[in-house]
Design a protein around this ligand. Structure first.
Ligand code: SF4
Ligand code: SF4
Length: 162
């Protein structure tokens, strides 16, 4: 198990810098150095006042297979979220009032967050997930808008498959 720091929760109080026996928490990029972190230690986790540090497995287990019925339900839910987002875009494009536009923007953001959470929970956003690779392959093999970042998608797929 290795310590990881959630930068968004870190308040820079630096208690972890004082308690770590190996200096693993003291890095230039804010990430804890896994090569120095001791498996059996959790001093920084206990010291952190903001709950920013957790211990996680160094090697994650492989993605578990999913039943087709579950994937189909997820695809249907995501299609519905995409439709809802498009409906909000239409309102934002020609609102009846500034308040309606503001409400539509908030709803659009909320719909997007829910969709992203569903993708994350289902493993699509885990880099080690076959679902993430399959999604990228699917995008590259199907017709896309002119502004689709094909080079970036190909590069990402290469990195995930290597
Ligand atoms: S103890 Fe927690 S809040 Fe303080 S620097 Fe370390 S991770 Fe950040
Ligand atoms: S778990 Fe222990 S060794 Fe690892 S970073 Fe935290 S204080 Fe340092």
């Amino acid at each position: 198990m290795k310590a990881v720091r959630n930068i968004r929760l870190c308040t820079k109080d630096c208690l972890c810098l004082f308690v770590c026996p190996t200096g693993a928490t003291n890095t230039d990029d804010g990430q804890i150095d896994a090569s120095k972190c001791l498996d059996a230690c959790r001093a920084c986790v206990d010291a952190c006042p903001s709950g920013a540090i957790s211990k996680v497995p160094f090697n994650f287990p492989p993605q578990q297979p999913k039943q087709e019925a579950v994937c189909a339900a997820l695809r249907a839910l995501l299609a519905s979220k995409a439709n809802q987002e498009a409906a909000m875009d239409a309102v934002i494009g020609s609102p009846a009032s500034p308040v309606e536009a503001q409400l539509a923007r908030a709803l659009k953001e909320s719909i997007r967050i829910v969709a992203e959470d569903m993708l994350r929970e289902s493993g699509y956003m885990l880099p080690q997930s076959e679902q993430a690779r399959a999604a990228l392959r699917g995008m590259l093999e199907s017709e896309q808008d002119a502004d689709f970042p094909k080079d970036a998608a190909e590069e990402l797929l290469r990195m995930l498959e290597s």
